[in-house]
Design a protein around this ligand. Structure first.
Ligand SMILES: Cc1cc2nc3c(=O)[nH]c(=O)nc-3n(C[C@H](O)[C@H](O)[C@H](O)COP(=O)(O)O)c2cc1C
Length: 653
């Protein structure tokens, strides 16, 4: 068993002592008209009792000019204090030894006034009128306006203190207002707020000094900054670098800040968003944090893709950072700190960095944020389970994500659970989803469920087909069928030819294909199959009938996979219909009805999935209650499958 050396040691940030070195933060709270919602309160209370040392409530807006969307929380008026205070009080009640804080965040030029959910009639503001790639040219702040905004940050910090929190943070990362002053890409000013390092740090420093003056020197103040912007060098030849932030850090320290933690990337950065998807290396900013740490004496932390407590411990042992920040990993499993400290590492539900959580938020809808692996996230207040008063024998058919989650929840309610999986391992389609490059972490999902099944006494039987005879022997009260889906083969002439192969078989390795292949279907499976084959040096053509590929994929991921396809020279044909599959290729037509013949060794079908009704038809009527969950009901993604498994099992009270 791994023995933690540093992670669970206390650390001091200014006058505040954290019980350990795991900080949760920062997740923009969901709000209604600026007021945090009940769901936000329940979400943070759950995080507080999970065992981390500090809970930093995510970005709350100090001024109307930075109110990115109507569902962003505000703190520019005392009327917002009571709800924030109540949330803090509840956090303290459940976890008296956890420290709590609020991050103040002004979106600056990154506001997108035309997006759905955006606050109306607001003009983004910034140090300089540099157009935001996905928005507009912001208003260049005058010095008087800068001073006004500094005062707004200070007033917001005073409200944080008055609401009873232990500390306050200012958001200086990700290209938002404070960060945009630090980056030479967005700060082109020639007055005292631009040019030199000292001038670029001035806005942050004046806010820090103002907060210290009004809240008191002993009220801890933290800042999140970018190590680098990661913008396209052609579009932004001059931008924020680790050297610049290392030079800025001592000014922040001198102004009075008590901790700095490093992030990176902005909304304009290609691929590597500030919320690193699965393809971003873990702890990618830790080296830069170490560089910044060498220039200051205050504690330095790091965030992004640190989903493993052992890695977190190692970063501190190596002296790269003093503490570690985790956001998505504690959304996926708020109890990660507790489980790690108690040596229950295999029980941690690991964040797979699929960025489902970020996707909907980026479209302006804070209230629709969801976690693919933790269906209870943001539903904490309504997800409580009571023990069932009628213990039932439940048979779950299928050990994919829906079946596993259904088994976990029904066991938690108190039923007797048997899970039959026809394969020799749990996971279902997760076993295939984990095969494309860099997606191996998906296998942490079946690992987590395996640990839960042991703990909850779920009887798992592998290599077991659910035949009517076997089910009759078992006599379950309830059957939850989660038997999955099969590939949908569209009615294209020639689809039955021998060169046609199911994409699933290609990924699992049971079908070998030639060196020149066509993949039909530009959804997630088709794209990842093309990428997978491209990495093997095969010549791949990807054909999609819609005008774009990856239509339903997470936006942070699609840019990356398209880049991978380009790198592997995959030819992408969109708006292209497959008219016919011949003995040695396909005939396609484009939107102008022009036909083209593509010679190929194999045609790989990735045109979606259809529910597998075989088990359902065979087992109908063999138990008092029969339910369907996951792909055998509606083929979809991991999130939908896990959520359906969860909701279905909740029917069994
Ligand atoms: C849904 C969502 C909301 C976020 N809101 C904020 C925020 O309000 N303030 C902030 O500094 N970062 C915010 N972030 C970024 C995270 O704090 C963090 O920097 C990022 O997710 C990478 O860290 P992680 O791998 O630990 O999640 C948000 C990220 C997500 C996914």
């Amino acid at each position: 068993m791994y023995k933690f050396k540093k992670l669970f040691q206390p650390i001091k940030i200014g006058t505040m002592e954290l019980k350990n070195r795991i900080a949760f933060g920062e997740q923009a709270p969901q709000a209604s008209h600026g007021y945090i919602t009940q769901a936000t309160e329940d979400f943070y209370v759950e995080r507080a009792q999970g065992g981390c040392g500090l809970v930093m409530v995510g970005g709350i807006c100090p001024d109307i000019s930075g109110w990115g969307t109507e569902s962003m929380a505000r703190i520019d008026d005392d009327k917002y204090i009571p709800l924030l205070a109540r949330m803090g009080k509840r956090m303290r009640e459940v976890a008296p030894d956890v420290k709590i804080g609020i991050q103040i965040m002004h979106e600056g030029r990154a506001m997108r006034p035309d997006e759905a959910g955006a606050a109306k009639n607001l003009k983004p503001v910034a140090p300089s009128p540099v157009k935001f790639k996905f928005g507009v040219v912001p208003h260049e702040l005058t010095v008087a306006e800068i001073k006004h905004l500094e005062n707004q940050f200070v007033a917001a910090a005073v409200r944080v203190k008055n609401a009873g929190y232990d500390c306050v943070e200012i958001h200086g990362a990700h290209g938002y207002l404070i960060g945009s002053f630090m980056s030479p890409y967005t700060n082109r000013r020639t007055d005292e707020y631009g040019g030199s390092i000292e001038n670029c740090a001035r806005f942050a420093c004046e806010i820090i000094r103002g907060i210290k003056e009004k809240c008191g020197k002993d009220f801890p103040l933290l800042i999140k900054v970018n190590a680098l912007d990661r913008l396209d060098k052609k579009e932004a030849p001059v931008q924020l670098t680790p050297d610049i932030i290392t030079a800025i850090a001592p000014y922040l320290e001198k102004a009075g800040v008590d901790e700095i933690h490093l992030s990176g990337g902005t909304h304009e950065a290609p691929m590597w968003s500030a919320v690193g998807p699965y393809y971003v290396p873990k702890a990618a900013f830790a080296g830069y944090a170490a560089q910044v740490k060498s220039s200051v004496k205050i504690p330095v932390g790091v965030i992004n893709r640190i989903n493993d407590p052992v890695l977190a411990d190692e970063l501190i042992i190596e002296g790269k950072v003093d503490l570690v920040w985790m956001m998505r990993p504690l959304v996926a499993d708020p109890e990660l700190p507790k489980k790690a400290e108690e040596g229950r590492l295999d029980e941690i539900r690991t964040c797979i960095a699929c960025n489902t959580c970020h996707d909907i938020l980026c479209q302006g809808w804070f209230h629709e944020t969801r976690c693919a692996v933790n269906p209870d996230a943001w539903r904490e207040g309504v997800s409580h389970l009571e023990p069932s008063l009628r213990k039932k024998n439940v048979l779950i058919v299928g050990g994919g994500p829906a079946g596993m989650e259904a088994a976990r929840i029904s066991a938690l309610i108190g039923h007797n659970i048997t899970l039959w999986e026809k394969d020799n391992k749990l996971g279902g389609l997760l076993n295939l989803a984990a095969i494309p490059p860099l997606k191996g972490e998906i296998m942490s999902i079946p690992r987590y469920y395996t640990s839960q099944f042991k703990k909850l006494g779920v009887k798992v039987e592998l290599n077991k087909e659910a035949t009517p005879a076997l089910v009759k022997q078992l006599k379950p009260d309830v059957i939850i069928i989660a038997s999955g889906s099969s590939t949908f083969f569209p009615p294209i002439p020639g689809i039955d030819k021998s060169l046609v192969v199911d994409a699933r078989k290609v990924l699992e390795g049971s079908a070998k294909v030639g060196n020149n292949v066509v993949v039909i279907g530009g959804g997630e499976v088709g794209i990842e199959t093309a990428e997978f084959l491209g990495t093997q040096g095969k010549k791949v053509t990807l054909v999609e009938i819609l005008p774009t590929i990856g239509e339903l994929m997470v936006r942070d991921v699609i840019d990356y996979v398209i880049d991978q396809l380009v790198q592997h020279k995959v030819e992408i044909l969109t708006g292209t219909k497959v008219e016919e599959i011949t003995g040695d290729g396909i005939v396609v037509s484009n939107k102008d009805q022009q036909k083209r013949v593509i010679k190929t060794d194999n045609v790989i079908i990735a045109t979606g999935a259809k529910p597998d009704k075989t088990v359902q038809n065979a087992l109908q009527g063999l138990a008092r209650e029969v339910y369907l969950a996951g792909d055998c009901l509606v083929p979809s993604n991991i999130r939908v499958a896990v959520h359906q498994g969860n909701m279905t099992a909740r029917m069994l009270y």
